[in-house]
Ligand binder design. Structure first.
Ligand code: ZN
Ligand code: FE
Length: 240
């Protein structure tokens, strides 16, 4: 069994540490910064052997160089964004796989937030690291892509098993859910989820990871019936 640790950094980013007790390998996913990530590993007696980046934004790669300097780790990221991430040792694209010990992550190309954005899906472990593409009750902004691309991404995520645990890179749940309620005010699962989310945030608690099953029931971007509906919802959320 892999262990996954959440490290809150900056204002609302989550860096994820994956540890494989069998091999001793540890992966930092999207390290926005270095010190809190190195500290979290040290506290547990782990050494970061790899970094996996989902896209080039600074709040996902900012800790790459310092973590590599401290640990000698190997950094993997999207081939399509290699020119924008100068610390990559290995570039990957759709269909490639990366490993932590004997656990395999398939790389999925999920462009839209950025042109080369990728996700890391460990199917046998039932977990996926989605960066800024899928959020709890939300999706990433379309900085370098189209509504059609994001719609396709949502369809691919929706096709994963319900019990897949989804590790996203920001705590945006409350804002996403409040907007979702304006779109689907009668969605009972959404209303119940938001009651729990509001209570959790009032206690200062994190609301991710989430699951594919829960997103299928409450994520208005995953639930959009066509590209136009997703586009309209994304534009309305951007303006909210
Ligand atoms: Zn981003
Ligand atoms: Fe981000």
């Amino acid at each position: 069994m892999l262990e996954v640790v959440r490290i809150p950094v900056l204002s609302d980013n989550y860096v994820w540490l994956i540890h494989d007790p069998a091999s001793g390998d540890t992966v930092a996913v999207d390290p926005a910064v270095a010190e809190p990530v190195l500290d979290a590993a040290r506290q547990r007696g782990w050494t970061i052997g790899q970094i996996w980046n989902t896209h080039w934004h600074g709040d996902h790669v900012g800790g790459n160089a310092a973590i590599k300097a401290a640990t000698g780790c190997t950094i993997t990221g999207p081939a399509a964004e290699a020119a924008k991430i100068d610390t990559l040792d290995r570039t990957v694209t759709e269909g490639d796989s990366v490993r932590i010990g004997d656990h395999v992550a398939q790389v999925m190309a999920v462009p839209a937030h950025t042109a080369g954005h990728i996700a890391y899906h460990l199917a046998d472990d039932g977990i996926i690291f989605v960066g800024d593409t899928l959020f709890a009750m939300g999706c990433g902004r379309l900085f370098e892509g189209t509504p059609a691309q994001m719609f396709a991404n949502m369809q691919r995520f929706a096709a994963l098993p319900d019990d897949t645990t989804v590790y996203c890179a920001h705590e945006y749940t409350q804002s996403n859910g409040r907007f979702a309620l304006t779109v689907e005010p009668d969605n009972a699962v959404l209303r119940a989820r938001m009651e729990a989310v509001e209570a959790a945030r009032a206690r200062g608690e994190a609301t991710v990871p989430t699951t594919i099953g829960l997103e299928r029931d409450t994520n208005i971007f995953m639930r959009a019936r066509d590209v136009a509906e997703l586009a309209q919802r994304r534009a309305a959320k951007d303006a909210a």
